[in-house]
Design a protein around this ligand. Structure first.
Ligand code: MN3
Length: 202
């Protein structure tokens, strides 16, 4: 089965005022759809057609050379955004608790130091890309990737990511990417992040 854009798990305006409705409409309905259409177009009729996107991205090297870049970009775009919608929620934000809180404190010193490092990764990503909290097999780390690359292609498990492409903030924040990231913390769905942390082995 070809890939499809998953429905948003909340209304387009549910993340207001932090993430505006118009941005969510374009981002989910237009940008994500374009990644899905192009990924489907690239894989149509191949043995990878319908294979779970995370499995494809974990093994990009097995793809024929002419498919590798389109799938990396558009399959990555599909996977990244599918995760991104779920990592946000209305009435969210705050801080994680339990095992995830402890792991963040032991990896970064404190929750505030983690936030500062994550924000730096997003602000300093030149051009388009993502900042991530990942589990790298031994513990938590902050990384950033260019374009639509996902840490899963480097053997890391993404636990939380923020889209820093201009399309994710320009309508409301224009060139102020740091302000967008500051506001974005108010919609982070920490219970979803904690689920991924448990699946990654805690
Ligand atoms: Mn995006």
């Amino acid at each position: 089965m070809a890939y499809s854009v998953p429905p948003l798990p909340y209304d387009y305006n549910a993340l207001e005022p932090h993430i505006d409705e118009q941005t969510m409409r374009f981002h989910h309905d237009k940008h994500h759809q374009a990644y899905v259409d192009k990924a489907n177009g690239a894989l149509e009729g191949t043995q990878w057609d319908g294979k779970p996107i995370e499995e494809v991205l974990q093994d990009l090297g097995s793809l024929p050379e002419d498919k590798r870049t389109p799938v990396r970009n558009n399959g990555g775009g599909h996977y990244n955004h599918s995760l991104f919608w779920e990592w946000m929620a209305p009435d969210a934000g705050g801080e994680p608790d339990g095992a995830l809180q402890s792991a963040i404190e032991s990896a970064f010193g404190s929750f505030d130091e983690f936030k500062a490092k994550f924000k730096d990764a997003g602000v300093n990503r030149f051009g388009s890309g993502w900042a991530w909290l990942v589990h790298d097999g031994s513990g938590l780390a902050v990384v950033s990737t260019a374009n639509q690359d996902n840490p899963i292609s480097d053997g890391k498990t993404p636990l939380l990511g923020v889209d820093v492409w201009e399309h994710s903030y320009y309508l409301k924040y224009q060139n102020r990417r740091p302000d967008y990231i500051d506001a974005w913390w108010n919609v982070v769905n920490w219970s979803k992040v904690a689920e991924g942390f448990e699946r990654a082995g805690g």
